[in-house]
Design a protein around this ligand. Structure first.
Ligand SMILES: NC(=O)c1ccc[n+]([C@@H]2O[C@H](COP(=O)([O-])OP(=O)(O)OC[C@H]3O[C@@H](n4cnc5c(N)ncnc54)[C@H](O)[C@@H]3O)[C@@H](O)[C@H]2O)c1
Ligand SMILES: [Fe+2]
Length: 283
């Protein structure tokens, strides 16, 4: 879907034939060729977002293009199209969708309308992902709806440093996007915890944690992070970057993440050194 969006934009904006010229907020004049998008994974929400992500193999980096002119004219979101996904792909793409919902919920530009989408998406994804991994139809349907609703939210407000740190892992080591997002999610939630007001209480509640109204701030923040860790473990996601990241590569990865278009949306400002410390803590 992202490739279709890039091609659709370039066909109608030939002066931007080098896709690198479209990084960040794209300087295009014309709408994309009409795209009918049919997701076969329940993760990216690219069928409804204003973004597409491109890998530059020469520079070993992934970059995000942001352009409201690329939104597909029709999205066919049908869980039957996703039912052939194996377990690992279902888990990884589902955790990508959860990361969208959580990062979109706590991002700097979040407001009441986007909160509404993200909380519903967190609830649907938390309730459905385990069943989707078992290929149960209720789980598949919940994930199809959840990933789409998350996209309706984050496409309007942005993401955060989890996505900034996930992109170099895919560009450099070919780590699947959802796996990278999922491994980083608990440590990034920990990094952001003091910059999120009451939001982790609502994340914990949406993930089915009982008694959140009686919890202290520290307790409900721990509860939200633990609920994410538990879901990630239950669907078989690795919990660290051992065997993926090599220490010698951390300066390159951190520099790449620091320059990523998703980083400015993170609720806590962060330096390249802080990003490097998070990568290091996971190896
Ligand atoms: N546009 C956006 O807003 C946005 C948001 C998040 C991620 N992304 C990008 O999306 C890409 C990842 O997309 P993805 O997670 O959907 O994975 P993918 O499209 O890379 O697919 C992964 C693999 O699974 C296979 N596959 C797909 N559907 C299948 C099915 N139903 N049954 C069996 N196999 C199937 C594919 O052929 C491929 O080999 C990354 O590049 C990521 O950066 C974009
Ligand atoms: Fe993503």
């Amino acid at each position: 879907m992202d490739t279709a969006k890039g091609i659709g934009i370039i066909v109608n904006n030939p002066e931007n034939a080098d896709v690198r010229s479209l990084e960040g907020v794209s300087p295009t004049k014309n709408k994309s060729v009409a795209i009918i998008a049919v997701p076969t994974t329940a993760g990216t929400a690219a069928e409804v977002t204003i973004n597409y992500v491109i890998t530059d193999p020469e520079k070993q980096r992934k970059f995000v293009c942001v352009d409201p002119k690329d939104i597909p004219v029709v999205a066919v979101v049908d869980s039957d199209m996703m039912s052939s996904m194996p377990k690992g792909l279902t888990a990884a793409t589902g955790m990508d969708a959860l990361t969208h919902a959580i990062e979109g919920y706590i991002t700097l530009g979040a407001w009441e309308l986007s909160d509404m989408f993200h909380i519903k998406a967190i609830e649907l994804i938390s309730k459905s992902l385990r069943g989707a991994v078992k290929n149960e139809s209720e789980g598949r349907e919940g994930m199809a709806l959840g990933e789409y609703i998350a996209g309706m939210g984050f496409s309007n407000v942005g993401l955060g440093v989890d996505h900034s740190m996930a992109h170099p892992l895919s560009a450099f080591y070919d780590t699947p996007h959802g796996v990278a997002c999922a491994i980083l999610l608990p440590p990034i939630m920990e990094f952001n915890r003091d910059y999120t007001g009451e939001k982790y209480r609502e994340i914990a509640r949406a993930m089915g944690v009982k008694g959140v109204d009686d919890m202290s701030q520290e307790e409900y923040r721990d509860a939200a992070i633990n609920a994410v860790k538990q879901l990630s473990l239950d669907v078989g996601i690795p919990q660290d970057l051992k065997g993926i990241v090599q220490e010698k590569d951390i300066p390159f990865l951190s520099d790449s993440a620091f320059k990523d278009a998703c980083k400015p949306g993170n609720p806590r400002d962060c330096t390249a050194e802080e990003i490097a410390a998070i990568y290091k803590s996971l190896i």
